[in-house]
Design a protein around this ligand. Sequence first.
Ligand code: CDP
Length: 243
Amino acid sequence: MGGRESTMVLLDSEGRRCDGRRVDEPRRIMIKAGGLKNADGSAYIEFGDNKIIAGVFGPREVHPKHLSDTDTGILRVRYHMAPFSVGERKNPAPSRREIEISKVIKEALEPAVMLEQFPRTVVDVFLEVIQADGGTRCAALSAASVALADAGIPMRDMVAACAAGKVADTIILDVNNEEDQAGQADMPIGYMPGLEKITLLQLDGVLTPDEYKRCVRVGIDGCKIVYDLQKKALAEKYFGGQQ
Ligand code: CDP
């Protein structure tokens, strides 16, 4: 991003991106609720070539005990990339990047989860990236929401996430790995569609004020697409597909 412009053609003369998508077209998204028998709730997401499993445990007793809060439950999130999830083997130890992503996903979920109903407890969310291709934080956040709902944790809304960005001076929806590496901006957004509230917004790159507003609008449109698929995944598991 910024200063990493490559010679790769990110947008051709017909307005097609490096993977053949139109500027406003997301990658193929598949979400499944459930799947992990030992978790209280779980979900699996494929977002383009990203493949991520989410497992939720709790509400349960907090260990160590001094971390518990008598007024509310707490949320813990661990985002982790498997060593084989990227081209160059990733050290399995938590990196600074994984610690940051765990923190932003936790903060993006907190406004949605009604933790005040479960004082002194913890809800643990484990996010395992088994294949990464740009946009894992958005895909992981979207899967985490479905897994929390699958665990029966009361929620004010789902959090759906998608990135917008800028390549070849054009605003695009859902930034893939090449576009992230060689493009001009990447803006991951987490959004509660029912409450119309943004819970995650990061920006890597440089945008004008007008481009910034357009990116937010385009990113929210992407979140709404993800939201429909989240609801569909839960409906499939619990109501045989009827929403
Ligand atoms: O995945 P996300 O876009 O949320 O985060 P990022 O830090 O912008 O990473 C972009 C992409 O870089 C990831 O999705 C991976 O495909 C890739 N990556 C990698 O190849 N090796 C790493 N150790 C970390 C990230």
